[in-house]
Write a protein that binds this ligand. Structure first.
Ligand code: ZN
Length: 298
C-alpha cells in the first residue's frame, strides 16, 4: 500500500476544507476554516499542514481544488494564481506561496473539476466516459471530465456566466452579477435567491413556483452542457441544489427544454439516472482534492 502523504485543499467561497491523507485516500487529519483574505487564510493552511506533517510524516504532494478565477494551466508561469476575482485580496494570490515550503509537487484545478474527479473515482460518476459536475451555491461553475481528465481551453470554463432567458414579468429580479446582471449566477446562485426573496429556498420551505423558476434557469445550463459536451451523466451539487424538490424540477425543466431533440440511451425517461445529486455529498470536493494530489505524486 502506498504510504505517502497527500495534502489536500478544497477551497470554496465560504470555507476551506484541509486534509492530510494517505495516497489510498485514508484521511489522517481534516479541518475546516472560514474563507477570508489570503493574508488570513494562508497562515492557517501552513499551520495545519505543518502540524499534520509533524504528526503523520512528510507531505509528498498537494492537490488543490479551488474557487476561481484561477490559472490552472500547468504550463503557465502563473499556475495556481488567482486572476480577476472580485474577492478582496485574492487577485494575484498563489497557492505556491504558502505550499512551496513543503517542497512537494502541487496540482491545482477548479473546485468543480476536483469534485467531478471525486465523483468519477468514488461517487455518482463512476464508469462515465464524459462527466459534467456543476455546483450551484455561493457561485455557479461546472467541471467536465473526459476519461478522468478535466477539460479546459485557455482557461477553465465559466458556466456560471452563461446568458439566461429571463421573463421579467415572471421574474423582475435583475440579477446580482457585477458584470452581466442576469447571467445564470446572477439569477440562481445563493446570493441571488436571498437577494430576490430574502431567504434561501430551504428556509422559504421550497415553494413549487420558486423551485420551478430556479430549476428553469439551471436547466438552461444543463441543456447547454448536453449540447456542447454530450456527457454520460450530469451531477448537480452545492448548497442551492439541496433545496427539496430542486433536482426533480431540474430534470423536468431540462427534458422540456430539450424538446425531444436528443435521443440517446444515456437520457433515460425522466432523466432520473442522467441528472443526479453528488453521491459523495459534501465529501466530493475533498475526495477530489486528494485525487488531484495523487496525480501530483505520479
Ligand atoms: Zn455574470
Amino acid at each position: 500500500m502506498d504510504q505517502r502523504n497527500i495534502g489536500a485543499i478544497e477551497a470554496g467561497g465560504t470555507k476551506f476544507v484541509l486534509a492530510l491523507a494517505r495516497a489510498d485516500g485514508t484521511v489522517l487529519a481534516e479541518t475546516r476554516i472560514a474563507t477570508r483574505s489570503p493574508a488570513e487564510c494562508f497562515p492557517d493552511l501552513a499551520a495545519f499542514f505543518e502540524q499534520a506533517a509533524a504528526t503523520h510524516g512528510a507531505i509528498s504532494a498537494f492537490g488543490v481544488g479551488s474557487f476561481g478565477p484561477i490559472d490552472i494551466d500547468p504550463a503557465s508561469p502563473a499556475y495556481g494564481t488567482f486572476t480577476t476575482t472580485p474577492k478582496p485580496g485574492w487577485s494575484g494570490a498563489r497557492y505556491h506561496d504558502v505550499l512551496d515550503r513543503f517542497g512537494a509537487p502541487i496540482v491545482v484545478d477548479t473546485d468543480v473539476a476536483g469534485a467531478a474527479l471525486g465523483e468519477w473515482e468514488k461517487g455518482a460518476g463512476q464508469g462515465c466516459r464524459t462527466l459534467a459536475y456543476t455546483t450551484v451555491g455561493t457561485g455557479v461553475g461546472s467541471g467536465v471530465l473526459q476519461d478522468g481528465k478535466s477539460l479546459m481551453g485557455f482557461s477553465h470554463f465559466e458556466t456560471g456566466h452563461i446568458p439566461i432567458a429571463r421573463d421579467p414579468a415572471r421574474d423582475p429580479y435583475a440579477g446580482f452579477c457585477p458584470f452581466h446582471g442576469d447571467c445564470l449566477e446572477g439569477l440562481a446562485a445563493g446570493p441571488a435567491i436571498k437577494g430576490r426573496w430574502g431567504q434561501s429556498l430551504s428556509e422559504l420551505g421550497s415553494p413549487a413556483d420558486k423551485i420551478e423558476l430556479i430549476a428553469d434557469y439551471v436547466a438552461q445550463l444543463a441543456v447547454n452542457l448536453i449540447l456542447l459536451h454530450m456527457p454520460d451523466r450530469m451531477i448537480f451539487g452545492g448548497g442551492v441544489m439541496k433545496a427539496p424538490g430542486l433536482i426533480p424540477a431540474l430534470r423536468k425543466a431540462t427534458q422540456a427544454r430539450l424538446a425531444g431533440y436528443i435521443k440517446a440511451p444515456q437520457l433515460d425517461p425522466g432523466l432520473e439516472s442522467y441528472i443526479t445529486a453528488p453521491a459523495l455529498g459534501d465529501e466530493a470536493g475533498i475526495t477530489g482534492a486528494i485525487a488531484l494530489g495523487r496525480r501530483a505524486l505520479a
